[in-house]
Design a protein around this ligand. Structure first.
Ligand SMILES: [Zn+2]
Length: 187
């Protein structure tokens, strides 16, 4: 990441909004923002699917659900944070499962980049589907967007909920409803 370029750009923004980038409180701000962007956009340099490279064999194909994984991301439209939780259900095939921590890591890699919630949801689902080849996978993301809370229509506390599904959770309404009920029970 070109942190020097970020510093220059932030200095220009400060100047453009009518601030004095050289005053005490602001003079280190471009450097702070550059190093913060390195951290919160670190997922840009990582291939999400590569995170899911550890597999285990389970005793059965019983569905696995992982609920309430916290995440922080940046809305690509406004460059303001959106944050909340990701919950996943998948039904293994041929007893192929992955480590629970790998799913949390996948969420981090996909969240740490300019994002929109709809794509985050679809990308998590797609990566799990590709790497585990499960009978089905369903992802629910719940988030608050600061671009809704603090600007525009200004409605703090509004939750945006997105769902993406593949396989049996896409095609079988009863199984999908069952999977959604597990996630709802954990709320
Ligand atoms: Zn936004």
């Amino acid at each position: 990441m070109d942190t020097q370029k970020i510093e220059t750009a932030v200095g220009l923004i400060l100047d453009a909004i009518g601030e004095n980038p050289r005053r005490d409180g602001l003079k280190a701000t471009p450097r702070r923002i550059a190093s913060m962007y390195e951290e919160i956009f670190s997922g840009l340099n990582q291939n999400a699917a590569d995170v899911l490279n550890v597999f285990f064999e389970s005793d059965s194909d019983a569905p696995v659900s992982v609920c309430g994984i916290p995440f922080y991301s940046m809305c690509e439209h406004h460059f303001l944070p959106f944050f909340g939780t990701v919950s996943v259900v998948y039904a293994p095939q041929n007893r192929k499962i992955t480590g629970l921590s790998k799913i949390a890591r996948l969420v981090d890699v996909l969240a740490r980049r300019p994002q929109i919630q709809e794509n985050l949801t679809a990308q998590i689902t797609g990566a799990l589907n590709e790497k585990l080849n499960p009978k089905g996978v369903l992802t629910v993301v719940r988030a608050e967007h600061l671009c809704i809370s603090m600007r525009g229509i200004k409605k703090p506390g509004t939750q945006t909920v997105t769902v993406a599904a593949k396989g049996i959770y896409e095609t079988d309404g009863a199984l999908r409803a069952e999977a959604l009920s597990w996630l709802a029970a954990s709320e």
